[in-house]
Design a binder for this molecule. Structure first.
Ligand code: MF3
Ligand code: CO
Length: 269
């Protein structure tokens, strides 16, 4: 069932989403060589607590066979695609780390992801970050009433694949609102003119996972961490968006909250 949100629902989601965006900006100076992933997790946990917000990932359990997710954020390093556990691992110069942040504020959820470069990264990594972010932007540009999910997926897939990268097919975006995961499921690939038609008031995420090599993924034995099949790099960027009268609104505007130094599309000096 797909729920349509009223302007006041969307106003409430904007507040949850803006808190998520602020969390990315707060983390930015801390994402450096030597920091432990659990330190990054704690910074976000404390922000959410101080704002009276909940942490929708913490304890999340998609099925009884999966252990509860232990973090407030997901932290996925290098070949890790998504759902990395923020443990005692330290970041190293040249890593890339996808941080996924969810917040529940006033009963509404914001969900977003940003992949940070750690210090100076290889040109190879930088290009993957650029293209992945561009694929998210291409998907967002397709979102408007009357467009279809296949238009959105195709736009994302075209950007990633024309750069020679692989789009992860097994995981996708999702409706989001009072719950973290709602209908519909949103593929990051597809055929233009196919799929569900978009309507004003729909709220969902786009969160392309783009692999440097094979699009195949594997699940590690911790039950959570997803890695690339060939252990090459993977990147992810995610926004929560709302379909508006004539397009869409980004509800998790990390691109407005963070400075250009951390922006993978900033010109290379
Ligand atoms: N943005 C991710 C998703 O939608 C975050 C989920 S983390 C989890 O799947 F721990 F809640 F699974
Ligand atoms: Co999500």
């Amino acid at each position: 069932m797909i729920l349509l949100r009223s302007p006041s629902d969307i106003e409430a989601m904007r507040r949850a989403g803006d808190l998520v965006a602020r969390a990315f900006a707060l983390l930015q100076p801390h994402v450096r060589a030597g920091v432990r992933l659990d330190e990054l997790d704690r910074i976000v946990a404390e922000l959410l607590r101080s704002e009276g917000a909940g942490a929708p990932y913490k304890g999340y359990r998609p099925s009884p066979s999966v252990p509860p997710f232990p973090g407030t954020v997901c932290a996925s390093v290098n070949e890790q695609v998504v759902h990395g556990i923020p443990g005692r691992r330290k970041l190293a110069e040249g890593d890339i780390v996808g941080i996924d942040i969810g917040a529940t504020l006033g009963g509404w959820v914001g969900d977003a992801c940003y992949t940070y470069p750690v210090g100076d990264v290889s040109l190879r990594a930088r290009k993957l970050l650029d293209v992945t972010k561009e694929s998210l932007e291409a998907g967002i540009a397709e979102v408007a009433p009357g467009k279809r999910l296949g238009d959105v997926g195709a736009a994302i897939q075209e950007v990633a694949e024309s750069a020679g990268y692989g789009v992860v097919k097994e995981l996708g975006g999702h409706g989001v609102g009072r719950k973290l995961h709602e209908d519909p499921h949103v593929d990051h690939f597809g055929r233009r003119g196919h799929g569900m038609r978009l309507r004003e008031g729909m709220t969902f995420t786009l969160e392309p996972m783009v692999n440097e090599g094979t699009p195949e993924i594997k699940l590690l034995r911790d039950g959570w961490t997803v890695v690339t099949g060939d252990r090459k790099l993977s990147a992810q960027f995610e926004h929560t968006i709302a379909v508006t009268k004539d397009g869409c609104e980004i509800l998790t505007p990390w691109h407005l909250r963070m400075d250009e130094a951390a922006d993978p599309t900033a010109p290379i000096a």
